[in-house]
Design a protein around this ligand. Sequence first.
Ligand code: SF4
Length: 337
Amino acid sequence: MEENVFKDTAQTRKGRGVGLNSGGLDSQLAMCVLLEQGVELESITFTSPFYPRNNAGKAAAALGVKHTFVDFTDDIIALVKNPPHGLGSCMNPCIDCHAMMIRRAAEFMEKHGFDFVFTGEVLGQRPMSQQRQGLNIVQKDSGLGDKLLRPLSALLLPETEPEKLGLVDRSRLLALEGRNRKPQLALAKKYGLRDFPTPAGGCKLTEPNYSRRLKNLMDHEGLDDTRLVNLLNYGRHLRLPGGTLAAVGRNKADNEAIRQAMRGGDVLLKSVNVPGPTILAVRPANEDVEALRRLCSAYADNKGIGSITISEMRAASKPVEFTLPVCDRAEFTGMVI
Ligand code: SF4
C-alpha cells in the first residue's frame, strides 16, 4: 500500500461501515474507495464447510481494517436445503446466501454501532446475484433497506442513506459494471493491491464435483450432521451397493481428518502389512462389510504382494484383523461420487 493513499482532506464527520469481505479484489477495492474518503471500517467474512477461512483477514489487516470471521454454517446449510430463490448452476444458493450474509452483517452493524453495511458487489458482474434484479432482491430480503452501500457500482444504483446523510461522499464512489475486470485491475494498481485470489474462487458450492458429492449426501444421510458435510472436504467418496458412504484418504492430512471424523456406529479400516489410505465407513450396512474390506485392499499399496491384512475398528472396540487377496480398484470405479 502506498503511503498516504487514504489521507482524507475533508474535516466533516465520516460514517462507520461494516463490509462483507471475501478476501477477493472487489472486497478490497470497496474498502479502499471508502477508506480513501476517511470512512471508518471493519470487515467480516462468513465461513462454513463450503467457504473456509481464507486470506480475508490478512487483506483487511493490510488496509488497517479490523476483521472478524463469523460462522455461517447453520444459515448456509438451511439455504442449500431450501433456497427460496433457487440454486445456481451447482449447489450455490447465491441470491439467498448474499441476502442472509447481509442480514447477519446488519445485525453486526446494529450491535456494534455502525452506520451502514457495504459490499464489493459489481452490477452485472455475475449471473443471478449481481444482476440488477438480484441486487434488488438481496437488498429487500436482507431487510437492510437503504443502509446497504455498494461503493463499486453506487453511481448506477439509487442513493443510499449514508450518502444522503453525508456520511459517505457519493461523488467519490464508482460506476463499475459488467464482467470486464480491467477497471478493477487498474484500481488495484492505483491502491497498491497485489494479493488477491481469482474472482469467484473459494466457494465449494460453485464447484460441480463438490456439488455432486453434496447432493448425494443430501439425498442419503441429509445435511444435518455437520461432520459429514465437513467430511466431503477430505479424500474421495464412494457410495457402496448397500448405500454406505465411504471416505478414502488421499494423503496424510485426509487420513487424519477422516480418522477424527469417526463416531459410534462407524467403521475405520486400514491396511496393516502395506501402506494404504484410512477409510471411514459411515454407519455401514451389513451387506457392505465385505465390500469395504475389498475397498481397503484395492486402494492399498498392493503391488507385488498376494494378500493384504486389513485392520477394522469400530468405536469402543479393539481393532480386528482380516487377511484377504489383493483386489482391483476397477470394482469400485462406478461407485465414486
Ligand atoms: S458463491 Fe457461495 S458464498 Fe458466495 S454467494 Fe454464492 S453460495 Fe454464497
